[in-house]
Design a protein around this ligand. Structure first.
Ligand code: HEM
Ligand SMILES: [Cu+2]
Length: 640
């Protein structure tokens, strides 16, 4: 569509128009539905509550919405690539660049990372016998920062300004010399705002796990998901500030003509170092929690302790540590020199050792166990071989000489999807099925869950297995076209069919949720016959489930108590519990940051000032109130 406005010719592509039309149709329907069902009080309750379970549920809900958007991007890409010399809709050239950029960026930052943080929110406090996270207010702020960053990034497309430089934002392409206009500013601000939220979440998790464990729950007795959360939080605390710095420098290059990554004094490789010092640990930030989830699930559904508990923790820590040291394996083709390449190749390969230990421990956990194959366990069983295959191609890629061939080919695309989908995505599904009773008090249908699993897994391997071969036969990544003579036609065709199958499988998941809530059947407590503390309380748990703190004397205390017909001893002695009150301040802060970001993205000074005043205003409001005050006053009155 083309028209003139203020004497300027304005062109709006048809996909953007389609986007607007679907939004204009969907939004009123959603609002009408909420009104008709009288859900507004519920919406308001969730939007203002600082309770960990509710905040966690919100994280998961919005991650799933972004998953849908990023998934549509993926299907559009696979449709363009389904046959040689294809011309699907508008998705060639620049539009294809936008597709893989928004797909990759959203999947990493607005799906994989936040969904795991959401699961940590839901489960970690309960698994360690705490009533809430250490800083509930900060927790809600963290959620709103994620939502705001995600929304900023999400909206870019509606203004026909979707980022188009790839999720890695490589300089010099990402500087304003090569990509002018607001597009890539959306990337900078979307990630900057949400990244801050991620850092807050990590600090909160660390404080909670270190300070609020139930008495007797030594670190050596802690279940593996909280352990993974703790180590992940350390990684976040190191990696995300590096990303923040990189984004800030890029912002100066783009908006104020600085030359950090270009020109006489700057260098594009500086960007690569900063980005991958963040980017490689990020892979472990989304993989380690998945390992934790699978450890708990495999142990639960095998009715056995995790095999080799201590080595599991040590392996997590070692993977975390090595993960921080190997970023330059993404830069073998940059020419850092043989010494550097060798070091990073060897260090990368070493990660296979702790990973292998974990895989064998999972297998040994199942050995001679009483295995019950429910949906969560099925996802765990699908994870092991999928992830191992991703690991094997990882070792192949870490060989510097071979990487010269693999680099930027579809082999890499196949590899990282095996790793990320194999770990994070399968773990998220497993965990949602597993902890659904905690989030809602209901259990998802197991049969539909199995349909979801099988269709997803088969679709997944169809999509990505053949991409290894396409890559080895010379298909480069980030291309929107190939010819008959390239001989990669069949691979791409099957790959696209597999992708549709994955999309289809998600309908079973959606239908499952709808059906479960229609039925609205509350589960009994401890629906999985669990081992860890979150199952020792009602589902869904009350706001302060551990008013009487359990005293933990051994690993798997809840399980031990159950089979020995004992009560878990408790203490009246209670610890200062985090206090939650409803608050709209985080909403206000995020509105401020939203306006501020748009001001910077489009370079409108008045908007920058307005947004700045609003954001800083929250600090002033916050300085003058303290939700603990009323509670303390009440306690004092009672004690008099
Ligand atoms: C669910 C089905 C998925 C399909 C069909 C799919 C498909 C694709 C395709 C076709 C590309 C473009 C490859 C290229 O030309 O370089 C791509 C890139 C990418 N995908 Fe996926 N993907 C899926 C899931 C995921 C998930 C779950 C994640 C991460 C959580 C992810 C992360 C990425 C990243 C980071 C890129 C690179 C983008 C870039 O090159 O800048 N994908 N995907
Ligand atoms: Cu890496």
């Amino acid at each position: 569509m083309e028209f003139t406005f203020n004497g300027n010719l304005i062109i709006i592509p048809s996909d953007v128009i389609a986007g607007w039309i679907s939004a204009i149709i969907a939004l009123p329907i959603a609002l009408y539905w909420i009104t008709k069902k009288y859900y507004w009080p519920l919406v308001w309750d969730y939007a203002t509550s600082t309770n960990h379970r509710k905040v966690g549920t919100l994280y998961i809900l919005f991650s799933m919405l972004f998953f849908f958007r990023a998934g549509v991007d993926a299907l559009l890409m696979r449709t363009q690539l389904i046959s040689p010399e294809n011309q699907f809709w508008v998705f060639q050239g620049e539009k294809f660049n936008e597709l893989f950029t928004t797909h990759g960026t959203m999947m990493i930052f607005f799906v994989a990372t936040p969904i795991l943080i959401g699961l940590m929110n839901v489960a970690v406090p309960l698994q360690i016998g705490a009533n809430d996270l250490a800083f509930p207010f900060l927790n809600l702020i963290g959620f709103y920062l994620f939502l705001t960053g995600g929304t900023i990034f999400f909206l870019a497309f509606f203004f026909n300004a979707a980022p188009n430089m790839g999720w890695t934002a490589y300089a010099p392409l990402s500087t304003d010399s090569f990509t002018v206009g607001p597009n890539n500013n959306f990337y900078i601000f979307g990630l900057q705002v949400s990244g801050l939220g991620t850092i807050f979440a990590a600090i909160n998790m660390m404080a909670t796990i270190i300070r609020l464990r139930a008495p007797g729950l030594k670190l050596t007795r802690m279940p593996l998901f909280p352990w993974a959360t703790l180590i992940t939080s350390f990684l976040i605390l190191i990696a995300f500030p590096v990303l923040a710095i990189a984004l800030l420098l890029l912002q100066f290059d783009r908006l104020y003509g600085a030359t950090f990554f270009l020109g006489e004094l700057g260098h594009p490789v500086y960007w690569q170092h900063l980005f991958w010092i963040f980017g490689h640990p990020e892979v472990y930030i989304i993989a380690l929690p998945a390992f934790g989830i699978f450890s708990d699930i495999i142990s639960n559904f095998s009715r056995k302790n995790v095999f080799g508990y201590t080595s599991m923790v040590a392996a997590l820590a070692l993977i975390g540590l090595l993960g921080l040291m190997v970023w330059a394996h993404h830069m073998f083709t940059v020419g850092l020199g043989p010494f550097s390449d060798t070091f990073f190749a060897v260090a990368s390969m070493l990660i296979a050792i702790p990973t292998g230990i974990k895989v064998f421990n999972w297998l040994f956990t199942m050995r001679r166990g009483v295995i019950s194959i429910k949906a969560p366990m099925l996802f765990a069983l699908g994870f092991i071989p999928t992830f191992v295959m991703g690991g094997v191609t990882g070792v192949m890629l870490s060989s510097a000489a071979a990487d010269m061939q693999f680099h930027d080919s579809y082999f890499v695309v196949a590899h990282f999807h095996y790793v990320i989908v194999g770990s994070t995505i399968l773990a998220s599904f497993a965990a949602i099925y597993y902890w659904y009773p905690i989030m809602t008090g209901m259990k998802l249908d197991d049969k539909l869950g199995k349909w979801h699993f099988w269709l997803f897994l088969i679709g997944f391997h169809m999509t990505f297995f053949l991409q290894h071969l396409a890559g080895l036969n010379g298909m480069p990544r980030r291309v929107y076209d190939y010819t008959y003579d390239d001989g990669i036609w069949a691979y791409n065709f099957i790959s696209s069919i597999g992708a549709y199958l994955m999309g289809f499988s998600m309908l079973f998941f959606l239908w499952n949720i709808v059906k479960t809530h229609r039925k609205n059947k509350q589960v009994e407590n401890d629906p999985w016959n669990g081992r860890t503390l979150e199952w020792s309380i009602p589902s869904p748990p009350p706001e302060h489930p551990f008013e009487k703190m359990p005293i933990i004397e051994r690993r798997d205390m809840f399980w031990w108590a159950k089979i020995n017909n004992k009560q878990i001893p408790t203490t009246e002695n209670h610890r200062a519990t985090p206090i939650s009150t409803p608050t709209i301040q985080p909403m206000f802060l995020s509105a401020g940051l939203f306006i501020l970001s748009f001001g910077f993205i489009y370079g409108w000074l008045w908007m920058q000032i307005l947004g700045g005043i609003m954001s800083l205003g929250t600090f002033i409001i916050r300085a003058f109130n303290d939700e603990r005050k009323s509670v303390y006053e009440k306690e004092e009155r009672e004690n008099e």
